[in-house]
Ligand binder design. Structure first.
Ligand code: GLN
Length: 544
């Protein structure tokens, strides 16, 4: 029997309470006490993974080293813990059913009727224990997506009930995240919705061990006692989670409330000493005391929903702290940019990032923005589609290849400078078939990337179908757009730079996925530094 302990995080009353941040904060505290911790997310929807979901539906799709397309909460887990996640860290109902149905087709159930209980629940329990059984972790935190009472999360809740029983006393616990709404007309915080959600959980046979209560106002002693009494938990197991100005404050807030100590005590683990959070707190001090501000334009087409670019926004926070500057991000809808308004739209910015994306919508605006940055020496970082747009822009406006494009946007283009790889041409299924996960990239000497990474080879995560077309490499290089990073096995171009420009970098991969509090991503750090230098220069010019 494994000695791993399991913590389940459920949500009640409302969605969007921040289960991912609470799970990550608890994990951070346990990790800072020396425990080996990982976090897993179980999602109740039927998509096999979020890879086929529009960002408007579900925010950003996060990608792991091993090529899993996952929920964005895994990004928080990595940013907080600085430990990579994998395929095993995100499981959806679709994936569970797919696997059970495949087993049924192989005849593995020996003629039995296949049912939600026990077959689906067994599959869920197996998936929860994969991480624990690896021997790599002392504690596995499993976040159950959705809200208690939803029809679709029932099999997960039932699996937690069974597993709690099977694991036995002190080997698991349930943290229930709930909302304590404030009724301004009554001037009161209300506990009733929480009482009801704890009751709903009990109807499924689960007693919450710890309540984490999201609130806009401090919970009084009386209110904590009331919650404890009616929800059947100890008074020290009522944890207040008050709104914070940054998600990175939450581990310290949870520490003050004693969340880690209650959890450890309930699992029979040592609570001696205090968590080592020196590095974390250093980051927070820098983040909260910037010496200057830079403004970066984020050019994308999903800008209405902040979650669509979650990892990029967080990477700017890490890189800002590293440079001791505040990075103000101005979200700009690429569909609203054209050659006539581009100067006005980008006015006052110290750098632009052209975002990843799919499909034709908004790409001409991106190309206009790239051109402006290139011609005005404005620091530029293009990520994935952003890099592809930089190649298209250079081909059209410098090489003079009229109507150069990506095959994704124009199947008839006379100059497919962004092309489909041979092995992609025969793929018909959309799910999980892109170039995904970590790929090696060799960096050329005397380049921006070589300088910022300080390494000759890197591993970065990909998520795309289309590629730089090597047939145009000679022309592009001859005209000044250099290839500065190449995949050593395939020869695919992963990075382009324009050496005559102060800071112009396009990367085919997604650096944002690997930026963490402990390891701010070097490209973002370099880009923010370049933006800061640009802003200083502009200030000096203004004062001349
Ligand atoms: N749509 C582009 C491709 O598939 C870029 C993808 C991205 O930006 N993630 O190649």
């Amino acid at each position: 029997m494994s000695t791993t302990k399991y913590i389940f995080v459920t949500g009640g009353v409302s969605s969007s309470l921040g289960k991912g941040i609470i799970a990550a904060s608890l994990a951070k505290l346990l990790q800072a006490r020396g425990y080996r911790v990982t976090i897993q997310k179980l999602d109740p929807y039927i998509n096999v993974d979020p890879g086929t979901l529009n960002p408007y539906e579900h925010g950003e799709c996060y990608v792991t080293d091993d090529g899993a397309e996952t929920d964005l909460d895994l990004g928080h887990y990595e940013r907080f813990l600085n430990v990579p996640t994998s395929q095993a860290n995100n499981v959806t109902t679709g994936r569970i059913y797919q696997s059970v149905i495949e087993k049924e087709r192989r005849g593995e159930f020996l003629g039995k009727t296949v049912q939600v209980v026990p077959h689906i629940t067994n599959e869920i329990k197996e998936r929860i224990q994969i991480l624990g059984n690896s021997g790599d972790y002392d504690i596995v935190i499993t976040e159950i997506g959705g809200t208690v009472g939803d029809i679709e999360s029932l099999p997960y809740i039932e699996s937690v009930r069974q597993l709690k029983w099977e694991l036995g006393e002190q080997n698991s616990l349930v943290v229930h995240l709930t909302l304590i709404p404030y009724l301004s007309a009554a001037g009161e915080l209300k506990t009733k919705p929480t009482q009801h959600s704890v009751k709903t959980l009990m109807e499924s046979g689960i007693q919450a061990d710890i309540l984490v209560c999201r609130t806009e106002h401090e919970l009084s002693d009386d209110l904590r006692r009331k919650l404890a009494l009616f929800c059947n938990v100890g008074k020290d197991a009522v944890i207040q989670s008050i709104d914070a100005s940054t998600i990175y404050d939450v581990p310290n807030l949870m520490l003050e409330e004693g969340l880690d100590r209650v959890a450890l005590r309930k699992m029979g683990l040592s609570i001696e000493g205090t968590p080592k959070l020196e590095r974390w707190n250093e980051f927070l001090t820098r983040h909260k005391n910037p010496k200057a501000t830079v403004e970066i334009g984020l050019i994308g087409k999903y800008v209405e929903l902040q979650d669509s670019y979650k990892s990029i926004l967080e990477a700017f926070i890490h890189a800002g702290a590293q440079n001791e500057v505040k990075v103000k991000v101005r979200s700009i809808h690429s569909e609203h940019i054209d050659e006539n308004n581009v100067a006005e739209t980008l006015k006052g910015l110290d750098g632009i990032l052209v975002a990843p994306g799919f499909g034709e919508r908004g790409i001409e605006g991106k190309i206009d923005a790239v051109r402006y940055a290139r011609e005005h020496n404005l620091p530029f970082l293009g990520i994935c589609l952003g890099m592809q747009m930089a190649v298209i822009e250079y081909s059209r406006n410098v090489l003079g290849l009229k109507d150069a494009n990506s095959l994704e946007m124009d199947a008839e283009t006379p100059y497919p400078v962004i092309d489909l790889m041979e092995e992609q041409k025969h793929i018909t299924n959309m799910g999980g078939t892109m170039r995904l996960g970590a790929w090696k990239c060799d960096l050329m000497e005397d380049t921006i990337v070589r300088e910022v990474y300080g390494e000759a080879a890197i591993l970065e995560r990909h998520r795309h179908r289309y590629e730089y077309n090597n047939e145009y490499k000679e022309q592009l290089e001859g005209a000044g757009m250099k290839t500065t990073g190449v995949n050593p096995e395939t020869g695919l171009v992963e990075i382009v730079e324009i050496p005559s420009h102060p800071w112009f970098v396009g990367v085919q991969y997604h650096p944002e996925y690997k930026s963490t509090v402990a390891n701010p991503h070097p490209l973002f750090v370099g880009f923010v530094k370049a933006a800061y230098e640009y802003s200083e220069k502009q200030d000096n010019l203004a004062h001349c």
